[in-house]
Structures are given as C-alpha cells and as structure tokens.
Ligand binder design. Structure first.
Ligand code: ATP
Length: 240
C-alpha cells in the first residue's frame, strides 16, 4: 500500500491554545478519510499545516514519502476545497472563470468543459458565481480543485448550509472520484452519518487524535460513536 501522507507527532501551539497535540496518522493511496471533530478541534490547523500555510509546527509531515519542509512539489498533486467562500452577489466572475483559475497550464482550456459536465455545472458555465446556490458554488470549487488532475482531494467542511439535493449529488460525486478515478480523499466533517456512508477510514480529532482506523471499527464501537455524536451535537447547538 502506497503511503500518500504520513503525519508524525504533529503539534501546533498558538499563543493561547495548543491546537494540535502529538497527532500521528497515515493516509494510503485510495483511502477516503473522514476527519471528525467539533469546532475548534484543530481541523483547519491540520489542513493549513499539510498545505504549507502554517509552518510553525513541531513534528513531521510527509507527502509521497518526502518531508514537506524540503520540497513543495507535492502541492501540485493536491486539490483543496476550503470552507465555503462567501461571494458578493455582483462579484464579476463566471463559473468558467473560477474553474479556469485552477488550471496550471493555459493550453488545458479544453479540459474545462469536461469537468463542468462531470460536476453537473455545465449549464451554469456563464453565470456569475455570486448568483449560485451554496451547493452549486461548492461544485464549482470542486471543479476548480480537480481541473489539474490532483491525486489527492482535501475538503474542509464543505456541506454546511447546503440543501439536501446538492448534498446527495456532492456525495455521489465524491464516491465516484474515489472509487472510479482512485483519488485519495481527505474530508473534514461534523456529520457522523455522512462519514459513515462515504469514508472507509475515520480520524477523530479534538486537539489529540482519539481514534484513527477503518470506519467499521469506529462505527461498531458504540461508546466512541456516542461520545462523538454528543460532542458534535453540542457544537451544533452552540452554532445555531
Ligand atoms: N491563527 C491562529 N492563531 C491563534 N489561535 C488560533 C489560530 N487558528 C486557530 N486558532 C485556535 O486553535 C484552535 C483550533 O482551531 P481550528 O480552526 O484549527 O479548528 P477547527 O477544527 O478547524 O474548527 P472549525 O470547525 O470551527 O473550523 C481554536 O481554539 C482556535 O481558536
């Protein structure tokens, strides 16, 4: 099994809080990893560190066996979808414009049509991004992340505030990317049911890593599931 990501003893100390404390785990090629954790658990800090946006960490992060402090080459293999960006209604970029931003090579312009079709946004291609629903915007950002053929897709909490129909479509797209195109997916989520449906590996994060392993092992452990449902429920109530 090819190791795509190796995180060893990752610790991130902010002035007031230790966001990550001695976190270690691995992601193999083809894994679909769901990272579960309440707000403030350190998910964004973990992603920022993996993407080279936060360099003030202790420990080691390797992609494809290579320390990310030594080379940034790995970044071209990653498609990243951040938490939903907010657009001004009149921000003058179209769906096609946004997806094009993900291209590394202008000569690949012909790939745009194909990816728009794959993500069910082809008919929206000339619409302004700010006019779209949350679910449609989300698919545009996934298209942008995928257009340069990454081996890994990293998604940060993307289903918040999105209608059920779009969520179902989003899930089926992710499943297909993972099973047919063999893209390794790392996805942070509050939603245990969704992780249960989609992911084959689970990591439970709350500053430290409480669990990491196969989904079946997590979801067959009632105690662990209960603990985590309660934690995310509290967060949910806290949020609304
Ligand atoms: N740049 C920063 N400087 C100082 N503290 C930070 C910084 N970023 C995050 N924190 C703190 O670190 C902790 C972890 O935050 P982080 O955003 O990584 O968690 P999260 O799991 O992504 O949360 P959420 O689900 O709300 O996005 C929180 O207590 C947060 O306040």
């Amino acid at each position: 099994m090819l190791k795509i990501v190796e995180i060893e003893n990752l610790t991130v100390q902010y002035p007031d809080v230790k966001a990550l404390d001695d976190v270690s785990f691995e992601v193999n090629q083809g894994d679909f990893l769901g990272i579960i954790g309440p707000n403030g658990a350190g998910k964004s800090t973990l992603f920022d560190s993996m993407l080279g946006l936060n360099t003030k960490y202790k420990g080691t992060i390797k992609f494809f066996g290579e320390d990310i402090r030594k080379s940034k080459n790995y970044l071209k293999e990653i498609g990243y979808v951040p938490q939903k960006p907010i657009f001004e209604k009149n921000f003058p970029v179209t769906v096609t414009d946004v997806v094009r931003m993900g291209l590394r090579n202008e000569s690949d312009e012909n790939k745009i049509d194909k990816i728009l079709q794959q993500l069910w946004i082809h008919e929206l291609r000339d619409r302004r991004i700010g006019d779209l629903s949350g679910g449609q915007q989300q698919r545009v950002f996934i298209a942008k992340a995928l257009i340069s053929n990454p081996k890994i897709l990293i998604l940060d909490e993307p289903v918040t505030g999105i209608d059920q129909q779009s969520i179902d479509l989003f899930f089926s797209i992710l499943r297909e990317l993972n099973s047919k195109q063999k893209i390794t997916i790392i996805w942070s989520s509050h939603d245990l049911d969704a992780v249960n449906k989609l992911a084959n590996h689970v990591a439970c994060l709350n500053r430290t890593l409480f669990f990491h392993g196969e989904s079946e092992k997590f979801f067959s452990n009632d105690e662990l599931v209960k603990q985590y449902s309660e934690a995310s429920m509290q967060e949910h109530m806290h949020h609304h």
